[in-house]
Write a protein that binds this ligand. Structure first.
Ligand SMILES: [Zn+2]
Ligand SMILES: [Zn+2]
Ligand SMILES: [Zn+2]
Length: 744
């Protein structure tokens, strides 16, 4: 008889550290369940670095654990790095969830705010559920995160829920590793959590949400305290109501975003692809730019000059219950006046918005930091963020390599700030234009906030070259070593960084205006990025901007400038008047620019689609919109000689077409195609395979897609923005990366 021999099982212990957005997503219970299933001993805990796990057991089981850990990841988790090492076995038979470790460095990524998950939604509309209709329902898969976070690590005492004591039922959920609400930090119910009220109060017996729905039906403006700040809501089908909101908010033409009750309603107004539906319904739930259907049933004042409608779906339980009461598209715009920061505090909102809103829907869950709704769209089949705030901030972007501790303070418009911690660059949420005192304060708070959360002490500050930017001035006054980074270098470096590129690429930086290395205003640049730095190998032929800043608003000025060169000053005068002629003639207050953004303004004016930029990029949007559904390869020509792209032949052809009565869609397409062809022509002269497209001009979907397609057809690899905006919202990332490179 043969005795059964068993090889002794070798017991080992592994230590796993996961970095990224791994806290507050239900990761610990997932690890716990996996370890229990595989009968492994050890523990899991949140630390300042991320998630730490130690598991002990047989080699085979441990391999299985590492294997299955990937598929066990909760959907909202973002793992940037995974580190596995062997440690000495410590014995033990249990697997436990340990309290958070407070004593290590704070590099754990904080999660962004997540849209209501399907399970919570089901409970919300289940009359038998104890959270039925409760506006603060959440679980480990959904709910507020960054906007309620006071400190890291992400635990309940470090959130604004700390003053709400869990009731016995909520505590049971919170403490049970098998519950969906295990360690759901914002866990709450009607018995123990935050509550809603309204000003003015509803009549007796009427609920707050029903009261708000009635106000919307009457065409009134509702200020709603949301996840990242106040939103102003008004019925989007009611023209007088939308116009009243425009007048009270001092917002002439900039398109309003829309909140729509369901995908079915979105489909009634817009053309929506599968990728766009996925983006709308994603946990980030951004405003998605969509092409409107012909004859959609919305007030025309919602978005007159944009080729797109910005649409979002309900992302908080409060939105869901309101939309259930009022199932129609509503305008949902940031609760602020003009370009001021979004209001987050009850008192401040009631004061600042009192002349705008007719009713206020308030609650007592404090918002720690403002987070506007993010704006995104689908470009070349992938999501592309245009304004990065709620749902995305503060997820880090991974740089190609370790960076020194840089604080990057961004540009002037659409400002964001960033800090570099190793390879991770943490970008703030969208701060906005730094024109007002209030937005400068918000900018300073964003810096202070990021540095405090991550216990970050910058060793140097990166800023723009422009001496008049409020961000540059802040950097100069900071007392720290300063690295000034040229605006368009920062643009292309940000796009390269988020795509994992460092050098050896052609960077195309096209935008409105930025301070150039030669003191002129740049905005139509091509750079060869090499290890030793950037070489400007091509740019748009410079032209004068008569009246400087005024020319950014009035498109006739850029048009007159081009025409003065091609047809003479008399023609320029007929376009923009004698005053502008004088400026051009004498060259006074008429700085030179190579800006493609301003070229768009001029062409939008000459083709008759726009005469003003009442908000940034308006004329360019009109010109893009003019193309409509037309697809043609017909093109004007940007004449490219010695690296200078001449707009003169293009201007002549456009004017000739205009005189001949060619239809506007064709003119607009020929102009866009000329720019795409020019990029391909420059790329063919450069000895690189990779082309990076950045700058505000590449928010133009037609141009970006056309250029990418042509470049790819010619054998180039094309890199565009997806995680950070192509506009100045991405500048801080580029500054951080470049300042780091110069330093190291
Ligand atoms: Zn949930
Ligand atoms: Zn409770
Ligand atoms: Zn820019």
């Amino acid at each position: 008889m043969k005795l059964a021999t068993t090889t002794p099982i070798r017991i080992e212990r592994l230590r796993v550290v996961l970095r990224g957005a791994v806290q507050g997503v239900g990761f610990r219970p997932a690890v716990y369940r996996l370890a229990e299933k595989l009968r492994l001993a050890g523990w899991v805990r949140n630390s300042g670095e991320g998630l730490e796990i130690e598991v002990e057991g047989g080699t085979e089981q441990l391999d299985r654990f590492l294997d299955q850990l990937k598929s066990a990841r909760p959907p909202a988790a973002v793992v940037t790095t995974e580190e596995v090492s062997r440690v000495a076995p410590a014995g033990g038979v249990w697997f436990e969830i340990l309290p958070s470790d407070q004593n290590v460095s704070r590099t754990a990524a904080v999660l962004p705010d997540l849209a209501t998950c399907p399970e919570c939604l089901r409970e919300l509309f289940d009359p038998a559920n104890r959270r039925s209709g409760y506006a603060f329902t959440n679980c480990t898969f959904c709910g507020p995160r960054y906007t309620i976070l006071l400190d890291i690590p992400y635990d309940r005492p470090n959130t604004t829920l700390r003053s709400f004591v869990l009731c016995p039922a909520c505590r049971r959920e919170y403490e049970s590793a098998h519950d969906r609400r295990f360690h759901a930090q914002p866990n709450a119910c009607p018995a123990c959590g935050p509550h809603l009220w309204s000003v003015p109060e509803p009549e007796k017996g009427v609920e707050v949400v029903a009261h708000a729905a009635e106000a919307l039906a009457r065409g009134e403006i509702v200020a709603l305290k949301g996840v990242g700040g106040f939103q102003l809501l008004v019925d989007a089908r009611n023209s007088p109501a939308v116009m009243r909101l425009r007048a009270r908010k001092h917002r002439e033409e900039k398109p309003f975003a829309l909140l729509m009750p369901s995908l079915a309603v979105v489909r009634q107004s817009c053309v929506v692809s599968a990728a766009e539906e996925e983006l709308l319904a994603s946990p980030a739930a951004p405003i998605v730019l969509l092409r409107p259907n012909e004859g959609y049933d919305l007030a025309p004042e919602v978005a007159k000059s944009s080729p797109y409608l910005g649409v979002m779906l309900p992302y908080s339980p409060l939105h869901h219950v309101l939309m259930a009461r009022y199932p129609f598209p509503v305008v949902a715009t940031s609760g602020n006046r003009a370009e001021e920061p979004i209001a987050i505090d009850n008192e401040e909102a009631c004061k600042h918005l009192k002349d705008i809103a007719d009713i206020f829907v308030l609650h007592n869950r404090p918002i720690v930091r403002p987070c506007d709704d993010s704006v995104a769209r689908v470009s070349c089949g992938r999501p592309q963020v245009l304004r990065r705030a709620r749902g995305y901030a503060p997820l880090p972007v991974l740089a190609p390599r370790d960076l020194p501790p840089v604080l990057a303070v961004g540009g002037h418009l659409k400002n964001t700030v960033a800090i570099a911690l190793g390879r991770q660059v943490f970008l703030s949420q969208h701060v906005g234009d730094l024109d007002s005192i209030d937005s400068r304060l918000a900018f300073e708070r964003a810096i202070e906030d990021l540095c405090r959360l991550y216990r970050f002490e910058p060793k140097l500050v990166a800023c723009d070259l422009h001496p008049d930017y409020a961000s540059t001035q802040w950097a100069m006054d900071s007392g720290l070593p300063v690295v000034q980074v040229q605006h368009h270098h920062a643009h292309v470096a940000s796009c390269a960084a988020e795509n994992g590129l460092e050098t050896e690429y052609l960077g195309v930086a096209w935008d409105g205006t930025g301070f150039g290395l030669d003191g002129t205003i740049w905005g139509g640049e091509f750079f060869l990025a090499r290890p030793e730095g950037f070489e400007r190998i091509a740019h748009l032929r410079p032209f004068r901007l008569p009246g400087g800043e005024a020319a950014i608003r009035e498109c006739s000025r850029s048009a007159a400038s081009l025409v003065s060169e091609t047809c003479g000053l008399g023609h320029a005068e007929r376009i923009a008047g004698a005053g502008v002629r004088t400026l051009l003639e004498r060259g006074i207050n008429a700085p030179f620019t190579s800006s493609v953004g301003r070229l768009f303004d001029a062409m939008a004016f000459l083709s008759g689609v726009a005469d003003q930029n009442r908000f940034e990029g308006q004329a360019a949007m009109c010109l893009e919109r003019a193309i409509g559904g037309l697809r043609t390869a017909e093109s004007y020509e940007v004449e490219c000689r010695n690296g200078i792209g001449d707009w003169a032949p293009l201007t002549d052809s456009l004017l000739a077409d205009q005189r001949a009565g060619l239809d506007v869609p064709r003119i607009a397409a020929r102009f866009h195609n000329a720019l795409a062809n020019w990029i391909v022509a420059v790329a063919q002269t450069a000895d690189v395979r990779d082309v990076v497209l950045s700058g505000g001009v590449f928010q133009n979907a037609y141009l970006t897609e056309r250029t990418s397609a042509l470049l790819e057809a010619n054998g180039f690899r094309v890199f565009t923005h997806h995680q950070v905006p192509a506009n100045d919202g991405g500048i801080s990332l580029g500054q951080a990366v470049l300042a780091g490179r110069f330093e190291s």
